[in-house]
Design a protein around this ligand. Structure first.
Ligand SMILES: CC1=C(CCC(=O)O)c2cc3nc(cc4[nH]c(cc5[nH]c(cc1n2)c(C)c5CCC(=O)O)c(CCC(=O)O)c4C)C(CCC(=O)O)=C3C
Ligand SMILES: [Fe+2]
Length: 397
C-alpha cells in the first residue's frame, strides 16, 4: 500500500512528504513553530445516523473488524431507535461549523470550514473532494475529540490517511491537525461553569456538600488501548495518557470551584466482550456504591465529550439518571462545550496557533501535561488489537 501523504509512519515513505508542516514533522519536532499558510479548516467528527434506515449501516461502519458482540449492536441500535434513528451529533456539528464560521468572520479571517465524518455522511472523503474542487491543498484538521487514545486521536489520523487514499488526493492535499485540546482553556472553561452551576443546583435542593459527589465521566476504552495512549516514550501508568489527561483536567475543574466537593473519574459506554478488560469503574456502579455510602447528590460531568451526542443522551441522561433515581440520589448533568463561546473561540485559537507558528511557551494549557504535541510521537496511541495502520500528522522514530 502506498500512502504518500504525510506518510511518516508508513513503511512506504517516499520522497513525497505531504504534511503541510512537513519540515518540522520530518525533522522530528514535537511542535510546529513556523507559520503554515492553511487554506481551509477540516472539521472532522464521528458521524451518526439520520434516520431509522441508517442505524444498522452506521453501526456496521463503526464496528467493522472490532469483535463487538452482536447483542451489544442490538442494544446500541435500540438507543438510536428510541431517538427516531437520528443521532444528535450531526446537527451539533452543523451548529459548530456555523459557529466557527461566525467567529472567523467576526475576527476577519478568511478560512473556509469543511466538514467530514469518519463513520457517516458527509464522509471525510466528501470533504476532501470538496477541498480539491475548491483548489485547497493545505488543510488543518480539528477533530471533535479532546484526549489522546486510539479511538479519540489516532483513529482520526488513520482515517485522514485512508480518505486521501480513497480519493487519490494524497499527492495534492496535505493535512495537519491541531493538538489534542483537553487542557485548553476553551475546552475546560465550559466544564468549570457547568460544575459551578451543578453544585449550586444541588445546594438549592438543600443537600449539603458532604453528601454531594462530582462524577467526571468519559468513554471507557479497552485497557490495552489505554496503556498505549500517548507517546510510547512517556510513562503514564496503567490508564496511559488517556486516564492521566482526564484526571488532570478534573483537578483543574475542581480547583476552580469555591467549594471542594469529593470527586472521581468514572467510565461509561463500554462495548467489548466481557472477557476483555476495559477501563473501570462504570458510572452506574459508582452511583450505586456512592448511594450505599450515604451520598445524596451527584453532579455528572461529561468530561470526555465535546457535545451532547448519543453517548451523553443515552448513557448519562437516560441510564445514569435512572440509576440515580433508583437509589434516591439527586443528579444533575453538566452541559458539554457544544457551541459555548469560549470553546468555539478556543478552537479558532488552536488553528491560528499553527497558522502563525506561535511559540510553545505562549500556547495556553491548564495542566502540566500540555501543551500537547502538534506532531504525534512515535508509537503514539497504537492499537495492539487491530495492528499498525499508517496515520498522518505523526513522526517515526
Ligand atoms: C474514546 C471514544 C469516544 C470519545 C472520543 C470521540 O468523540 O471521538 C467515542 C465517541 C463516540 N462513540 C460513538 C458511537 C459509537 N462508538 C462505538 C464503539 C466504540 N467507541 C469507543 C471509544 C470512543 N467513542 C470504542 C473503544 C468503541 C469500541 C469499538 C472500537 O474498538 O473502536 C460504537 C459501536 C457500538 C458500541 O460498541 O457502543 C458506536 C455506535 C459516537 C457517536 C455518538 C452519536 O451517534 O451521537 C461518539 C461521538
Ligand atoms: Fe464510541
Amino acid at each position: 500500500m502506498t500512502i504518500t501523504n504525510g506518510g511518516f509512519e508508513s513503511s512506504s515513505t517516499s520522497a513525497v512528504v505531504r504534511n503541510a508542516a512537513s519540515a518540522s514533522a520530518a525533522s522530528g519536532a514535537e511542535h510546529v513553530t513556523e507559520p503554515v499558510a492553511y487554506d481551509a479548516i477540516l472539521l472532522a467528527s464521528f458521524g451518526g445516523p439520520e434516520g431509522q434506515d441508517d442505524v444498522i449501516p452506521f453501526l456496521r461502519n463503526v464496528t467493522r473488524g472490532r469483535g463487538i458482540p452482536e447483542e451489544r449492536l442490538e442494544e446500541v441500535a435500540h438507543h438510536y431507535r428510541a431517538f427516531g434513528g437520528v443521532s444528535p451529533i450531526n446537527d451539533q456539528n452543523r451548529e459548530l461549523k456555523a459557529a466557527l464560521e461566525a467567529e472567523l468572520e467576526r475576527r476577519g479571517i478568511d478560512l473556509p470550514v469543511l466538514w467530514g465524518n469518519r463513520n457517516w455522511d458527509p464522509y471525510l472523503r466528501d470533504a476532501l473532494t470538496e477541498a480539491s474542487e475548491r483548489g485547497f491543498t493545505k488543510l488543518i484538521a480539528i477533530g471533535t475529540s479532546a484526549y489522546s487514545s486510539y479511538s479519540s486521536c489516532r483513529q482520526y489520523r488513520e482515517d485522514y490517511a485512508i480518505a486521501l487514499e480513497e480519493t487519490g488526493l494524497g499527492d495534492v492535499i496535505a493535512i495537519d491537525k491541531v493538538r489534542q485540546f483537553f487542557d485548553h482553556p476553551g475546552f475546560v472553561e465550559p466544564f468549570i461553569e457547568g460544575v459551578r452551576q451543578g453544585l449550586a443546583d444541588v445546594a438549592a435542593k438543600g443537600i449539603p456538600l458532604e453528601q454531594t459527589h462530582v462524577l467526571f465521566s468519559t468513554h471507557s476504552i479497552p485497557s490495552t488501548d489505554a496503556a498505549k495512549s500517548g507517546p510510547a516514550s512517556r510513562g503514564f501508568g496503567e490508564g496511559g495518557a488517556y486516564a492521566a489527561q482526564h484526571l488532570a483536567v478534573a483537578e483543574v475543574v475542581i480547583a476552580a470551584q469555591d467549594a471542594a466537593p469529593a470527586w472521581s473519574l468514572v467510565y461509561q459506554s463500554r462495548s467489548g466482550p466481557p472477557s476483555m478488560p476495559w477501563l473501570e469503574p462504570d458510572i452506574n456502579d459508582s452511583i450505586t456504591e456512592l448511594a450505599g455510602k450515604g451520598v445524596k447528590a451527584v453532579v455528572i460531568v461529561p468530561l470526555g465529550f465535546v457535545s451532547d451526542h448519543m453517548e451523553v443522551k443515552w448513557d448519562l441522561d437516560t441510564e445514569a439518571m435512572e440509576t440515580s433515581a433508583e437509589h434516591d440520589v439527586f443528579a444533575v448533568r453538566v452541559p458539554t462545550p457544544g457551541v459555548h463561546a469560549a470553546y468555539v473561540s478556543g478552537l479558532i485559537d488552536l488553528v491560528l496557533e499553527r497558522r502563525d507558528g506561535v511559540p510553545v511557551a505562549e500556547r495556553p494549557s491548564l495542566t502540566e501535561l500540555g501543551p500537547w504535541y502538534d506532531v504525534c510521537r512515535p508509537g503514539c496511541c497504537e492499537n495492539v488489537r487491530l495492528g499498525f495502520k499508517p496515520a498522518l500528522a505523526g513522526v517515526v522514530p
